[in-house]
Design a protein around this ligand. Sequence first.
Ligand SMILES: [Fe+2]
Ligand SMILES: [Fe+2]
Length: 184
Amino acid sequence: MRAIEQLMQEHSAILTMLDILDAACNKLDSGTQVDPEDFEAMVGFLKEFADACHHKKEESFLFPALEQSGVPREHGPIGVMLTEHDLGRKYIRGLGQSIEAYKSGNKDATLGLMSNARGYINLLRMHIEKENGVLFPLADQRLSEQVQSELMKNFQRIEVEEIGEGKHEQFHVLLRKLKTVYLS
Ligand SMILES: [Fe+2]
Ligand SMILES: [Fe+2]
């Protein structure tokens, strides 16, 4: 598999988790209780799989490789992507706090939870659309086979260092489980 292909596959897993989170928020919005542990599992996935693993692959290896190929960091697509990753981290922090409050039975916490979750969902859906539609095709054009295979090696290292060996599969198991509960 090529490096860019791996990132695209991760996008599709992240988009599924966004659909799950969206469905859970809609449930909450209609007055149905949602198990706080499910919300915790969703945020755990987004923190580890989407941020610590996927965004780290982009920030530590893909973006620098693109810069080396002549794509500017400032005032260009890379700068925008980095700003969006940071904004996403803010939403995730807020979401984590809201879930804590929701767990402790605070009725007002649902509003904060839904607004952080929906802010994050909208941001990440647009972000992924831009990467899939613009940045990744550009990377495929500019990065040689050799650079892409170097990227793959570094991506593998991130998997082991950031989330641990075998954890990737566990995330897919979680995704399938939550999909059955919220998307079927
Ligand atoms: Fe990104
Ligand atoms: Fe991405």
